[in-house]
Design a protein around this ligand. Structure first.
Ligand code: FEO
Length: 401
C-alpha cells in the first residue's frame, strides 16, 4: 500500500520513514527513527526530487508509482548523492528509463563511482548556480550548496510556489508518523534535541558553508522548506533558520553548563557532581551532567554545541585521557567546536596526566577559554578540596554563567 501525501495539488510527498535501522550512517543511534524524504512535482512535466535509502526502497518505489498514477517520470533531480538519498537512484531509472537526470557535474561523477559506468549512458543535464528548469507551471532554480553536506550538493527552489528543497539542510533525525509538517508536531519539545544532534554531527564541521547557504536562502521568498529528513516547514521557518544560524556560527544556543565526566570507579564522577551542586547553590539552573562512558558521543557533541559553559572531568588512563573523554575531544575537534568556556577536573592515583592532556587538546581548538585552575584529584576528592571546587564554580560564574 502506498503512503503518499499531497503538499500542494501538484506536489506529493513520496518519502518513507525507517524505524528499523539502529545507527544512521552506521554510527549515530536513531532510537526515534529517521525519514528519507522525496518529493514528486506533477506539472506538464513530472520531476522527482531525490530518491531514498535502500532501507525503505519498496515503500518509496510504491509511493512514486502511486503518485505518478501511470504518468512517465520526466526528470530525476539529484540534490545529494549520499546513499541515504541516492541508493535507489538506479532502481528508479530502471522503472522510468525515459527520465532525464538533473544534477551537478560533481554528482554526475559520483553516480559513476557508486553505480558504475553504465549510468553515464543515461540522459543527464548538469546544472550550475542559477540554472533553471521549466516544468510547465513551475520553474525550478538551482543553487549550489557545496559541503552541506558533501561537495556535490545543490538545493532546488520552486520559483512558482516559493518552496525550497533544501537537501540535508534543515533536516532532523526522527521518523514521521503521519504528520508531515513541523507545525503539527511539538517540535521544540520533542524534536529539537534530535535536530541539533543531526545538524551538529552531520554538518557541524561546515559552519562556513552553511552560512553561505543561509545567505542565499535569505535572498529568497521562502514559503515552505522541504528537507531530505524530518518534517516540512511552512510556519515559524525563521525560528528554525535562526537555530541553524547560531549552530553554524558556533555561538552557544543556551547560557548553560554541561558537566561531562569520564570516570572509572566513580570518584571523578563524585567530584564532577559535587561541582554541579555548588553551581546550583550559586543559582545556576538547568545543569546537565553526562557520563561519557554511557552517553553516545553524538549527544555529547550536540550538548557541547548547545551550552555556553562546559566542565570536563577525566581520569588518567594508560598515562593518557580516559578513553571515552579522549574520543569526545577528538570528536569535538573534528566538528570544529569553538568559542566556549571550559573548566577541567583531572584524576590519577599515582600520576595524574589527564588535565594537562585535555588542556593540550583544547588549545588546538579555536577560542576555547579554560577558566580557573584545573582541579587535581589523587584517587578521590578530599574534604579540604571543597574550596578548590568552589573556586572553580565561582570562576565559571565569573565568565558569564
Ligand atoms: Fe541525508 Fe548527507 O545525507
Amino acid at each position: 500500500m502506498h503512503n503518499i501525501q499531497h503538499i500542494t495539488p501538484d506536489l506529493v510527498y513520496v518519502g518513507a520513514s525507517d524505524r528499523r535501522t539502529a545507527l544512521f550512517e552506521n554510527v549515530y543511534p536513531i532510537p526515534r527513527g529517521v525519514s528519507y524524504n522525496s518529493y514528486l512535482l506533477l506539472d506538464e512535466k513530472t520531476a522527482l526530487l531525490d530518491t531514498a535509502d535502500a532501507a525503505v526502497a519498496s515503500q518509496f518505489l510504491e509511493n512514486v508509482a502511486a503518485a505518478l498514477a501511470g504518468r512517465q517520470l520526466d526528470y530525476l533531480i539529484v540534490n545529494h548523492m549520499e546513499p541515504d538519498h541516492a541508493a535507489t537512484l538506479a532502481d528508479v531509472l530502471l522503472r522510468y528509463p525515459h527520465a532525464t537526470l538533473v544534477c551537478t557535474a560533481k554528482a554526475a561523477q559520483m553516480m559513476v563511482q557508486f553505480f558504475g559506468s553504465n549510468i553515464s549512458a543515461h540522459q543527464l543535464i548538469t546544472v550550475k548556480e542559477g540554472d533553471t528548469l521549466a516544468l510547465g507551471r513551475h520553474t525550478l532554480a538551482f543553487a549550489m550548496a557545496p559541503m552541506v553536506h558533501w561537495p556535490e550538493v545543490m538545493v532546488t527552489y520552486d520559483t512558482t510556489d516559493h518552496i525550497l528543497f533544501s537537501a540535508d539542510a534543515f533536516g532532523t533525525f526522527g521518523a514521521l508518523s503521519g504528520n508531515l509538517y513541523a507545525d503539527e508536531l511539538n517540535f521544540a519539545g520533542e524534536w529539537l534535541n534530535d535536530a541539533r544532534r543531526y545538524f551538529i554531527n552531520i554538518v557541524g564541521k561546515y559552519g562556513v558553508q552553511v552560512q553561505a547557504l543561509l545567505k542565499k536562502a535569505a535572498a529568497l521568498d521562502i514559503k515552505m522548506i522541504c528537507p531530505l529528513h524530518g518534517p516540512v516547514w511552512r510556519e515559524n521557518i525563521e525560528w528554525f533558520v535562526a537555530k541553524h544560524d547560531l549552530w553554524s556560527r558556533y555561538e552557544p544556543e543556551d547560557k548553560a553548563v554541561v558537566i561531562i565526566y569520564g570516570s572509572i570507579y566513580g570518584h571523578t564522577e563524585a567530584a564532577a557532581l559535587r561541582l554541579g551542586t555548588l553551581l546550583a547553590g550559586r543559582g545556576v539552573r538547568n545543569i546537565k551532567a553526562y557520563d561519557a562512558s554511557r552517553t553516545h558521543a553524538s549527544k555529547l557533541v550536540a550538548e557541547c554545541f548547545r551550552a555556553s559553559h562546559i566542565v570536563l572531568a577525566s581520569s588518567t588512563y594508560n598515562n593518557g585521557i580516559f578513553t571515552p573523554m579522549e574520543n569526545l575531544l577528538a570528536d569535538l575537534k573534528a566538528h570544529c567546536w569553538q568559542n566556549r568556556t571550559v573548566a577541567l577536573i583531572e584524576n590519577g592515583t599515582w600520576a595524574p596526566q589527564s588535565g594537562k592532556l585535555m588542556r593540550a587538546e583544547l588549545e588546538q581548538m579555536k577560542d576555547i577559554r579554560i577558566v580557573g585552575d584545573t582541579l587535581t584529584l589523587k584517587s578521590a576528592i578530599q574534604p579540604d578540596q571543597e574550596a578548590q571546587l568552589a573556586a572553580l564554580a565561582d570562576a565559571l560564574i565569573a565568565q558569564g554563567l
